[in-house]
Design a protein around this ligand. Structure first.
Ligand code: NDP
Length: 448
């Protein structure tokens, strides 16, 4: 190993890269990690963490209204975007520092420069310095896709949305996936007029149909507008600063902000990967095997850059598996079965396992159980918003193969229930468990 300056050179200090660096170093490897922006990556700096804080901030709009029904004399409250924005960005700074500290504590050298691959064992830094390593790990993540059309440069993405100078009065959100629905909920709670536009006629493709239908219905009730089967034609900035947006099949709309949430693209452009012989797929993702190894023996990749499952906990597991396998003499692979997922919409959704239609295609005979209820808190608050839980079982064995829910705290509840689904438990196992009353989660053991 001593032939090279480092045993491992990691490009990208996001969720996957940080975990791999830290664990490899703990196994005794000499590790360096290059980062061109900030240590922490998408999740910590401009994704999951600041987004979740905005979700919390937005939810106060409903809580403050509901509080009156619970006897609290709440005066009319105003919302100050710069206060929340700056507090959230302050928390991001704190976490950025902690992540850097963790790496340093583990004796990982942090190099705050862009690095590109210049050989099977060599990277070149922006400063021109060349570094050699026995292994190179690509953990560069992904960036938001922006559709190309006249005026698309006037739009922003999830990278910029956390830094807005002021709250837009009207926003058009492009896409109907995770990011679009999460920010639709956030901005709507802040009082922004939200319009969501998607190229197809569904939201959250791939999610359990009944659950996403419920989100659509609730979102419409809350005043969010949807434009389906519609493509962008142009965006023009008007003299007063607002944006005039033309989309197919609809009248032009004037808004203050356009947010693109139309998927994410692996960060491989200009990294020197193809030149080094690393195979990329048609989306530019690094093609890797189950062991995270690319087509070049010394180059591995983990996380969003591989475009397998674009989720933080998966990138972390891939980074851990890589480091344990290559440096820790503890070979293991990531298990991609039954990955729980959540959309932090208003209300949130969460799911694990197969949807009903996936289960029918795979198993033929399935049994479905649902609970469609109004959370007790919503009843007293006079909030006519119903939760929906759906359990999909293999009709032959009774095994729960899918669990999907929308309602208050759905992600918190689902995480625990996902353990049971992962463990292969049956509907009978759920039914044998005594209900914890009164709670929303008890619906899981009372499903009909
Ligand atoms: P998603 O894949 O969730 O949704 C993309 C949306 O954009 C879909 O509605 C899709 O339409 C539409 N779309 C895709 N490509 C184009 C295009 N070329 N032109 C116009 N529209 C397009 O992506 P997001 O950007 O919302 O999020 C990216 C990823 O980040 C997610 O897949 C998820 O893995 C991760 N993420 C996870 C979160 C969580 O766990 N809570 C939160 C945020 C992000 P359609 O499919 O209808 O055709």
């Amino acid at each position: 190993m001593a032939d090279h300056e480092f045993d491992l050179f990691v490009i990208g200090a996001g969720s996957g890269g940080v975990r791999a660096s830290r664990i490899a170093a703990a196994h005794g490897a000499r590790v360096a990690v290059a980062e061109e922006y900030r240590v922490g990556g998408t999740c910590v700096i401009r994704g999951c963490v600041p987004k979740k804080l905005l979700v919390y901030g937005a939810h106060f709009a409903e809580d403050l209204k509901d509080a009156k029904r619970f006897g609290w004399q709440v005066p009319d409250c105003g919302f100050d975007w710069p206060t929340l924005r700056d507090n959230v960005l302050g928390e991001v700074d704190r976490l950025n520092g902690l992540y850097a500290q963790t790496l340093t504590n583990n004796k990982v050298e942090i190099i705050l420069e862009r690095a590109t691959v210049s050989g099977a064992h060599e990277v070149t830094l922006a400063s021109g310095r060349k570094v050699t390593a026995r292994y190179i790990l690509i953990a560069t993540g992904a960036h938001p896709h922006v559709p190309e059309f006249p005026g698309s440069e006037h739009g922003i993405t999830s990278n910029e949305v956390f830094h807005l100078d002021k709250l837009p009065r009207r926003i058009l959100i492009a896409g109907a996936g995770y990011i679009a629905n999460e920010f639709a909920g956030i901005f709507n709670e802040f009082g922004t007029k939200v319009t969501l536009i998607n190229r197809s006629d569904v939201i959250l493709r791939g999610y359990e149909e009944a659950i996403r239908d419920r989100l659509l219905q609730i979102s419409l009730t809350k005043g969010i507008e949807f434009r389906f089967n519609s493509e962008f034609e142009s965006i023009e900035r008007q003299q007063d600063g607002c944006l005039k947006v033309k989309t197919s099949g609809h009248d032009p709309v004037e808004v203050d902000c356009v947010l693109f949430a139309t998927g994410r693209v692996p960060n491989t452009t200009g990294l020197g990967l193809a030149e080094a012989g690393v195979e990329l797929d048609d989306k530019g993702a690094v093609v890797v095997g189950e062991d995270n190894k690319s087509s070049v023996d010394s180059i591995y990749a983990v996380g969003d850059v591989t475009n397998r499952v674009q989720l933080t906990p998966i990138a972390i597991r891939e980074g851990q598996a890589f480091a344990d396998t290559v440096f820790g003499n503890k070979p293991h692979k990531v298990d991609y079965d039954n990955i729980p997922n959540a959309v932090f919409s208003h209300p949130p959704m969460a799911g694990v396992g197969l949807t009903e239609s996936q289960a029918r295609n795979k198993l033929g005979s399935v049994a479905v159980y649902t609970s469609d209820f109004r959370a007790m808190k919503n009843v007293l608050a006079g909030r006519n918003e119903r939760a929906l839980y759906k359990m999909v079982c293999d009709a032959t064995t009774g095994r729960v193969v899918g669990l999907h829910m929308i309602g208050p705290d759905a992600p918190e509840i689902l995480q625990a229930a996902a353990v049971a689904v992962k463990a292969g438990l049956t509907k009978d196992d759920f039914d044998r468990t005594v209900a914890l009353h009164p709670s929303m989660a008890e619906e899981l053991v009372l499903l009909k």
